[in-house]
Design a protein around this ligand. Structure first.
Ligand SMILES: *Cc1c(COP(=O)(O)O)cnc(C)c1O
Length: 423
């Protein structure tokens, strides 16, 4: 059997597995019924040769599209040279990656910037939590074991036991106790409630400037500036989780820039790995990250050579300002088309910032979708990939590299799917 036939057989086998209840794959996801075999730019092709426009972009991990030539070239070149050292030894891209990421993001955070590389988003959030707590004890003078972190309703920061401990989503949290103490949750978008929750034991406020998993929830214009002021007044760190909102999606390098707010720490992930490898980092105040001295925190793969090579190529793309500009321009245009769907009664609501939108389906629309999942299945049948969240919402986050014609085509399919026109 040739390698190609072998691959076909495997692909076929996976297809069959997906359609049957018995599988060796743990059931912690309920994917749409499509098995992707290849991707290029904004398009993927399934195992039957059908093509689809990808409007999810792996939750913004594919901000630069599938297999962006510069990112794939950087990965190929690095694979032929050095892939892993562990942090027991430095390698020649580790400091350049930190320097370049600090140069890109440093001016957008408070104070002198430092970079701590990790792998996944959840690890970056855990790192920020640990740094904030240790800063609280070592610098702020919080009594040992009493540090508190204020979070908001509807948050999504990852899936570790500590992070799900402060989730307000029963599906994410229930059944995973005992829960990590030390977190206080307040309503999102209410700066007064947040300010009232800060006290001498509070070390940090942790929030997403725009709540992605919650359905692209954009805060009122005065919210983040007021949160920043409250944190500064109470000597509390503002930690912005920009794993999904950061690196171009909102039309700026960080979402926080939209409101002119500089967080003390920012978590980055997803797009930082260019859709090639998992790369995450905490970027922020050197006097805070500096408390994590040798031996107090680490990761075998964090900052590995392959990750740094791809991460450096991602920084190159963002330094040009082009992805951010495209997100602004295409986003404004997409917003016009989506607003028209609301005016025509085909959607209940649209929330949008940059090239990122949450759409709420219109209940009771004749021939219309009955749920976010139903809408995603209708889109799938038309060759468009999107993902539902929280029942009646779908999220649109195309690659920032998508052409206007492709986005136009996808929005035509969305319109037809909402109208219930036969595919
Ligand atoms: C995806 C996401 C995470 C978790 O990232 P993983 O790489 O899946 O661990 C954390 N925070 C936000 C805002 C995210 O969107």
């Amino acid at each position: 059997m040739t390698a190609v036939q072998d691959a076909d057989q495997h692909a076929g086998a996976h297809h069959v597995d997906g359609a049957h209840a018995r599988s060796t794959l743990a059931p912690n996801y309920h994917p749409l019924p499509v098995t992707v075999a290849s991707g290029e730019g904004s398009w993927v092709t399934d195992t039957d040769g059908r093509r689809y426009l990808d409007l999810l972009s792996a939750y913004s991990a594919l901000n630069f599209g599938h297999r962006h030539p510069a990112l794939v070239a950087a990965a190929h070149a690095q694979l032929d040279r050095l892939t892993l050292t562990s942090r027991a030894f430095d390698h020649d891209l580790l400091h350049p990656f930190a320097d370049r990421l600090a140069a890109l993001v440093g001016p957008l955070v408070a104070g002198e910037p430092m970079v701590l590389p990790m792998n996944t988003g959840a690890e970056a959030v855990e790192t920020a939590i640990k740094a904030a707590r240790k800063w609280g004890y070592d610098v702020k003078g919080v009594p040992d074991g009493q540090a508190r972190i204020v979070v908001v309703d509807g948050n999504f920061h990852g899936r570790t036991t500590t992070i799900v401990s402060f989730s307000s989503d029963p599906e994410a949290r229930d059944g995973f106790g005992p829960y990590t103490p030390g977190f206080v949750r307040v309503p999102y978008g209410d700066a007064a409630a947040l300010a009232a929750a800060l006290d001498e034991r509070t070390v940090a406020v942790l929030l997403e400037p725009v709540q992605g998993e919650q359905g692209v929830v954009v805060p009122p214009p005065d919210y983040l500036p007021a949160v920043r002021a409250a944190c500064t007044a109470a000597d509390v760190l503002l930690v912005a989780d920009e794993i999904q909102s950061g690196l171009g999606r909102t039309g700026t390098t960080l979402a926080c820039e939209v409101w002119g707010v500089r967080p003390d720490l920012v978590t980055l992930g997803k797009a930082l790995g260019g859709g090639v490898v998992p790369v995450s980092a905490v970027v922020g105040r050197a006097d805070v990250l500096g408390v994590l001295t040798a031996g107090t925190h680490g990761s075998t793969f964090g900052g590995n050579p392959l990750a740094c090579a791809v991460g450096l190529a991602v920084v190159d793309l963002l330094e040009s300002g082009e992805p951010q500009a495209r997100a602004r321009e295409l986003g404004t245009w997409m917003g016009g088309r989506l607003d028209a769907l609301v005016r025509d009664g085909l959607l209940a609501r649209v929330r949008r910032i940059g090239l990122w939108a949450g759409l709420d389906v219109q209940p009771g629309l004749p021939g219309g979708p009955t749920s976010g999942r139903d809408l995603c299945e209708r889109l799938l049948a038309r060759g468009v990939l999107a993902k539902d969240t929280h029942g009646s919402t779908i999220r649109i986050a195309p690659p920032l590299t998508i052409t206007q014609d492709d986005l136009d085509l996808a929005l035509d399919h969305l319109t037809d799917a909402l109208r219930g026109t036969t595919a």
